[in-house]
Write a protein that binds this ligand. Structure first.
Ligand SMILES: NC(=O)NCCC(=O)O
Length: 384
């Protein structure tokens, strides 16, 4: 399959829509216009030299009388894999560490407080193959693995919280595998981990061959820069999953993902954004980018011919705010770092305006859901 050439929706709009209408189109598609973040020239130069896109936006909140602004900078990193998928495992991991490390360095120059990488960032997204070897060799301890040590060093060096989604091997529980985000505090200590709650069974995403649904519930991490949660990839299709992170107090929910154009692109711009609106919080959707080829062909029981790749990972990482505004997406074709400056006061301001938490009928939902999961549930349908 050929590489992707369509760079981004935003580029096409900018190129073809007349200025007079572009403003209105952007307002309708993206909400309140965001100010561009002024980024240091050294960072812009480094991004150019290292060949990745660097963009920054500011999500402002109204000044308040009693609360100071709560400003935090988040960084979203999307990247291609570096080496072919049949290169030695450790070489692949080290090459990704090097690549992501140099992007984190630029994030640090830009004053980023919390950075999040893409899903299973230390490896190709090999779960389509359903083969064990060599993919299970990419699994590492969340608390004490090579990659976690790497992130701890970066976190301490740059005073940055790092969200590092990896394939986890849990030695304490029989060496089981999990799809896990490790949250490393800016002090360099491992704050904890959050496991993927929803495992896809769609198309080539045969992840249930490798790991089971997570058992860390809807954990929220209190960091120096705000309360954060990680809703890994497929969880973004589940509104109740977002809701529960928000119920536990998440102010920013990261959604590290790996998804391809033919499957999910029309859903991409809607789901994380809707979650930000519905839950009065910020959401950060991150997708990997590029093509990944696997030596052995695979099929997925969907009638498609055996193939060597997933199709195109379309990048397009973005940040969405509780007032419905969102940043433009990063490139569909290139590595990138998206920086967003968030005033977390916008969460409460949006909540006070729209009152979704107040008007939500949670007792009603809880009661009816409790009934709906019973085997003798009778749907409340009135018939003539
Ligand atoms: N990684 C993952 O869960 N992908 C599933 C496909 C999708 O959610 O778009």
């Amino acid at each position: 399959m050929s590489e992707c050439v369509f760079e981004s929706l935003e580029n096409t709009l900018e190129t073809y829509i007349p200025d007079a209408e572009l403003g209105e189109i952007k307002r309708i598609l993206y909400g309140n216009e965001l100010r561009k973040l002024t980024l240091p020239q050294t960072a812009l130069d480094a991004a150019l030299e290292k060949d990745f896109v660097l963009q920054g936006y500011v999500f402002e909140a109204a000044p308040e009388q009693l609360r100071a602004p709560r400003v935090v900078r988040v960084g979203l990193i999307q990247n291609k894999i570096i080496l072919p998928t049949d290169a030695p495992v450790l070489d692949q991991i080290i090459a990704l560490h090097k690549r992501v490390g140099e992007i984190v360095e630029v994030a640090a120059i830009c004053g980023v407080n919390i950075v999040c990488f893409q899903e299973a960032w230390t490896m190709p997204f090999a779960f389509c193959t359903r083969e064990r070897e060599p993919w299970t060799e990419f699994a590492e301890s969340a608390e004490d693995g090579f990659t976690t040590h790497f992130c701890q060093k970066l976190a301490k060096k740059y005073n940055m919280v790092i969200v590092s989604p990896i394939l986890e091997r849990d030695e304490i529980h029989g060496g089981t595998l999990w799809n896990t985000a490790v949250v490393v505090s800016n002090t360099g200590t491992v704050l904890g981990k959050s496991r993927k709650n929803h495992i896809p069974r769609v198309g080539d995403f045969n992840e249930s061959t490798y790991y089971m649904e997570g058992n860390t519930d809807h954990r929220v991490f209190q960091t120096q820069f705000g309360k954060i949660a990680v809703n890994i990839c497929y969880g973004r299709h589940h509104p109740l999953n977002w809701l529960m992170y928000s119920m536990h107090g998440a102010e920013i929910i990261f959604n590290p993902s790996a998804t391809v154009g033919a499957l999910s692109e029309p859903l991409w711009s809607i789901e994380a954004r809707n979650a930000a609106i519905a839950n009065h919080c910020f959401t950060c959707a991150i997708n990997r980018v590029g093509m990944e080829y696997f030596k052995n062909e695979f099929t997925s029981g969907d009638g498609k011919k055996a193939h060597h790749d997933f199709g195109y990972f379309y990048g397009s990482s973005y940040v969405a705010a509780p007032d419905g505004s969102r940043s433009p997406g990063l490139s569909r074709t290139q590595d990138g770092l998206l920086i967003a400056e968030l005033d977390l006061n916008l969460n409460q301001q949006s909540a006070d305006k729209w009152n979704f938490k107040m008007t939500g009928r949670y007792e009603l939902y809880a009661k009816e859901l409790a009934q709906a999961v019973q085997h003798d549930f009778k749907p409340n349908i009135v018939k003539e």
